[in-house]
Design a binder for this molecule. Sequence first.
Ligand code: 5AD
Ligand code: SF4
Length: 441
Amino acid sequence: MEKDKKVVTLAYGCQMSERDAETLTQITRQEGYTSSDDLQNADLVIINTCCVRESAENKILGKIGELKKLKEKNPNLKIAISGCMVQQPGALDRLKKRAPHIDIWAGTHNLHDFSTLLHQAQQGEKVAEVWEEPKTTLESTPLAEKGKLQANVNIMYGCNNFCSYCIVPHVRGRERSRKPEEIIQEIKELVASGCREVTLLGQNVNSYGKEFSPSYDFADLLHDVDQIPDLLRIRFITSHPKDLSDKLIETVAQGKNLCEHFHLPIQSGSNFILQRMNRKYTREYYLSRVQKIHELLPLASLTTDIIVGFPGETETYFEETLEIMTLIQYSQAFTFMYSKRSGTQAAEMEDQIPLDVKKRRLQRLMSVQNKQSLEWRQKMIGKIYEILVEGPSRTNPERLVGRTRGNELVVYDGHPDQIGSLVNIRITEAGTWTLVGDLET
Ligand code: 5AD
Ligand code: SF4
């Protein structure tokens, strides 16, 4: 009998990358592989890559190097590298030279055809397929994995925004929206298999459906997904501030299971820098969006992404970022040092900021945000929040963990029967990242 084949899939980067890695794992399952996290005994290793910052690329290159030793020990091992890093113009030749031990290279538009590439590699070929543009219909991509409590559902692919620092539009192509019927059908099937929470994914979900006629936008989609029976929670990422309409905020406010959480990357608090970033909004406009959210949803949680050390960022511009953060009070912020990405507009800008300045600014930003995240959570003490119970806490497995509608993590003493259901928790303690509470009966 043929031995059970094992695949280890590693994803680097954003939720889209994780979702793509899930697609690849699904394809290998159809090819007779079972998932594993044991690299030493793997028959196939897939790395779905990220190239949004140099630090991610360096980490991945390190991992690719490590896999060389594994392949020397086990010559039958096949290794596949897929996704954004492979898709960068000119990257494939460079990567192939650097890592001749890799069997499969697949670009972001070539995931659906992974089984063909796998068959070729199993015959001993080295294969590379990197299309510049997507050529298949969107619906040919395998759907999210069934049978899990939470699922990520792609509603669109690509990005048209060309923020001047960002490589994403260069490696994921132009915006394409999936048809609402397809998305709703996928979610219904997920719910039938036990899923209770979906996160609708897109680089800029607010511009979903721009190409549709008759018109049907993201707010319409949210409203329709909210009607699906037995689905307890609906989340969505990422919202671009420039496209966050009143209609969308109103839809979330009137919805049943639409979570009151907006991930609204601000990137900088300086109008000068925002303009150079090509973000297409001002700090005043951003604040007006936040005000609208607070007006209709006073309990909404806001999270954000911020880049420090963008070319031309003076100390004064940086202070403006600190100031706006303090004004807004985010529940959480993902903070990054600007990383030069070749092929983007900002890579060509003069006045790049030295690394030591970027590091110092990042430290300052993080310490301000950590304090705010803690204060945000301390304000939750004594109040009751509905959480969806996800399972045992990773750090404290005797306790259960779940999230509020605002996406804050809560740990409590509960019964495993509660996993997958909504419970009410009174918050008793707050840390920077986690809350602790008691079950309300
Ligand atoms: N350098 C640093 N951070 C970046 N991001 C995107 N491109 C870069 C870059 N070149 C950040 C942005 C984005 C998040 C996903 O990654 O903040 O919102
Ligand atoms: Fe990148 Fe801007 Fe598109 Fe986000 S909206 S993926 S930051 S180009």
